[in-house]
Design a protein around this ligand. Sequence first.
Ligand SMILES: Cc1ncc(COP(=O)(O)OP(=O)(O)O)c(N)n1
Ligand SMILES: Cc1ncsc1CCOP(=O)(O)O
Ligand SMILES: [Mg+2]
Length: 215
Amino acid sequence: MNQEELRKALRLYLVMGSPNCSGADPYDVLEAAIDGGITMFQLREKGPGALQGPALLALGARLRRLCAQRAIPFIVNDDERLALELEADGIHIGQEDAPAAAVRKRLPNMIVGVSAHDLGEAQSALAEGADYLGVGPQYATRTKLDAREAQGPAGIARMRAGGIQLPLVGIGGIDATNASAVIRAGADGVAVVSAIAGARAPREAAEALSSLLYL
Ligand SMILES: Cc1ncc(COP(=O)(O)OP(=O)(O)O)c(N)n1
Ligand SMILES: Cc1ncsc1CCOP(=O)(O)O
Ligand SMILES: [Mg+2]
């Protein structure tokens, strides 16, 4: 995938695992979200009741197959071994995970996404070979308990003003009321967990977000 294709794929990025699905089957949630217009998916199995070992592998394989059938890029959060086992299209790592340069070297053919909270982290991620940045939390979130303080879309604007041209998504507390502000600040897309996975109707929630992002 070239950089322009990646920018388009990042437009509406669903990040999710089974703890985010309010008891529903993550497969059904992902299928509905794809029907509603998501453009990229990250398996992030974290939080109370998160699956591990063979159960996680089995879920990952089902979700990976669905993404392949529907031509949705499939990214794995944090876990290089799981990404390889599932033949993922990419991996997303944060500042507390393995160093981006080492991951880039070990997984030369995967999309490598890196979390960056400020211009300095964005410049380092670029130098280490990141393909895209996840920037946040944009707004307060109850999904990631160890998230930093919300920085607002101004954080993205500062990165763009500082010369960062990498594909970039905002994440954290994003929903239909604030997604447009994140795009206006310079993001190529928005990454959401609860606004779709926690919605009573994930397809309609994805449709509502999607319609805002293509104005
Ligand atoms: C697209 C995207 N952006 C940021 C993150 C957060 O990654 P990280 O800081 O490593 O936190 P965890 O998600 O691992 O708890 C992300 N997952 N995706
Ligand atoms: C994974 C992650 N990284 C920064 S905030 C966040 C959680 C986003 O979840 P939500 O979209 O429900 O606020
Ligand atoms: Mg991480």
